[in-house]
Design a protein around this ligand. Structure first.
Ligand code: SF4
Length: 414
């Protein structure tokens, strides 16, 4: 619980129930594309493999309706929107969409909300979408539509591992697609990697990092496999846990990724993310900085007016809600959490500590009208004493050891 709080601004914030994030204009948009050609064996993101024109058309109409309702109903729900700084098409596999669909959604969003001149517009893509001259020929139309950042799900350079994951691409497909994206003129190209995969070795990781070194990418996300309940990998892990790297080996893989990417000129700026100078993911920074964002599509999560909502993870149910006059983007049934001032302080700290820059004293004070020592004092000192946090005059951040125990740090700050 917060310590005794003599600050009138903090009192006002706590009393009013209106947090800093609730008052901030919303400048980021996430669009969930729920289509994949097949299901990877570890994945529990919401997507369907029925990528027919009919479904895509219904989804596109639903997105437009949802965006129109956000724009039209925001003011009456005390949500302020401003020209968008970031738009992110995630999935699913956004690159299975016809490019004119992507272009028309960008234009609709631009007309409804307007975009900052430097708006980051990202599309997640699978390498197999652009693994031949013919397919890659269409990349220019994405650039023309306004996409300026493309993020490829590369995962590994080992074809054996990719096949074990149920991915549809090979290492050669990833090389081809990324080179083609560079030629097509995207300003930023990102790749996702995975560690802790069945049968993965340190040699595999080093080969993957060598491949990254040869590619024109300026951003890398590297996530440890998380075994999601009910996925084929969940059953595989229960039946044959010895196929998966043990925790110690997985940590070693993560250290290798960090060391190699740093030596390649990437800045380690978030626990799992690395960027060349000027290439941090502006959209994901919105999440880590606990700032608001709007969202459209099934299973898409938004944070507007101090309320976290999540759309149903079902195309049918989402479409029905989108068309329901009593529901839509501000409906009561999609509310996951009303973030009050006490929770907002925890979010600023827990999410912000994922960033290597940590949480600055001035930013925390600006958002919450109180010094973080007054809110978390004893717990911060305890975590510092155990070597998990560095508390400097102007900021607080995780130590290298703290990265390995980020979940524990988060739990102790709750
Ligand atoms: S392509 Fe991505 S979203 Fe689709 S099933 Fe595979 S991991 Fe999941």
């Amino acid at each position: 619980m917060p310590a005794k709080d003599p600050d009138p601004v903090a009192k006002d914030l706590e009393g009013s129930g209106v947090t800093h994030a609730a008052r901030q204009p919303v400048t980021s948009l996430y669009i969930h594309v729920p289509f994949c050609l097949s299901k990877c064996l570890y994945c529990d993101f919401y997507s369907i493999t029925d990528c027919t024109n009919e479904w895509i058309g219904r989804w596109q109409r639903g997105i437009i309706l949802e965006l129109e309702r956000i724009a039209g109903e925001a003011a009456s729900h005390k949500v302020c929107t401003a020209p968008l700084r970031t738009v992110y098409f995630g999935g699913g596999t956004p690159s299975v969409l016809p490019h004119q669909v992507i272009g028309s959604l960008i234009e609709r969003a631009r007309a409804l909300f307007s975009f900052e001149a430097s708006c980051d517009i990202t599309l997640e893509a699978n390498p197999e979408s652009y693994n031949s001259e013919k397919k890659a020929g269409s990349l220019g139309s994405l650039v023309a539509a306004g996409i300026n950042r493309v993020s490829f799900g590369m995962q590994s350079s080992s074809n054996a591992i990719l096949s074990r994951l149920g991915r549809r691409h090979t290492a050669a497909d990833a090389e081809f697609a990324i080179a083609a994206a560079s030629r097509a003129g995207f300003e930023h190209i990102a790749v996702d990697l995975m560690t802790g995969l069945p049968g993965q070795t340190l040699e595999n990781i080093l080969e993957t990092l060598d491949m990254v070194r040869s590619l024109p990418v300026d951003h890398v996300s590297s996530y440890a496999l998380c075994i999601a309940e009910g996925t084929p990998f969940d059953f595989l892990f229960r039946a044959s846990p010895e196929l998966f790297p043990q925790d110690g080996l997985e940590r070693e893989m993560t250290y290798q990724v960090t060391a190699s990417l740093k030596s390649q000129g990437f800045e380690h700026y978030e626990i799992s993310n690395f960027a060349k100078p000027g290439a941090r993911s502006r959209h994901n920074l919105t999440y880590w900085e606990a700032d608001p964002y709007m969202a459209a599509g099934p299973a898409a999560a938004s944070y507007m007016g101090g309320v976290r909502r999540c759309n149903p993870a079902s195309l049918e149910q989402w479409l029905a809600r989108t068309e329901d006059a009593g529901e839509g983007p501000f409906g009561m049934t999609s509310i996951e959490e009303r973030v009050d001032e006490a929770s907002a302080r925890i979010e600023t700290m827990v999410l912000g500590l994922r960033l290597l820059d940590g949480v600055t004293r001035s930013r925390f004070k600006e958002r919450h009208g109180i010094d973080y020592d007054q809110v978390f004092g004893d717990r911060l000192r305890s975590l510092q004493g155990r070597g998990l946090l560095v508390c400097e005059k102007a900021c607080i951040r995780l130590t290298e050891k703290g990265f390995d125990f980020a979940d524990l740090v988060a739990r102790e700050l709750l």
